[in-house]
Design a protein. Structure first.
Length: 99
């Protein structure tokens, strides 16, 4: 048989991937002041904001579908007929499809 995660932990590997590549653990190429700033901010924020800092929220907006839907941070989310909004607490990035 193979290894299976419970539904509650299904997103855990993706979360750890983003944590290991975040400003909080990767300090190469940043000044000590910048590292201290990011670490101070994450310690002072609540849990939901800290989770967004580690793994950004990506919402998909579409004219054909109803309200915005959360999607995975992956290239498969880039579609020509959608608008993506990524929020990582420090920045908001908007991507528009070709249509």
């Amino acid at each position: 048989s193979s290894f299976n995660l419970t539904p509650e932990l299904s997103i855990f590997p993706q979360f750890m991937y983003h944590l290991r590549r975040s400003h909080f653990l990767q300090t190469f190429g940043t000044s000590p002041d910048e590292t201290a700033y990011y670490r101070t901010v994450i310690l002072r924020e609540n849990t939901m904001n800290s989770l967004v800092m580690i793994q950004p929220a990506l919402l998909q907006y579409s004219f054909e579908e109803g309200p915005p839907q959360p999607v995975l941070l992956d290239t498969c989310s880039l579609k020509p007929d959608v608008i993506l909004l990524m929020d990582d607490f420090f920045h908001v990035v908007i991507w528009r499809g070709e249509k």
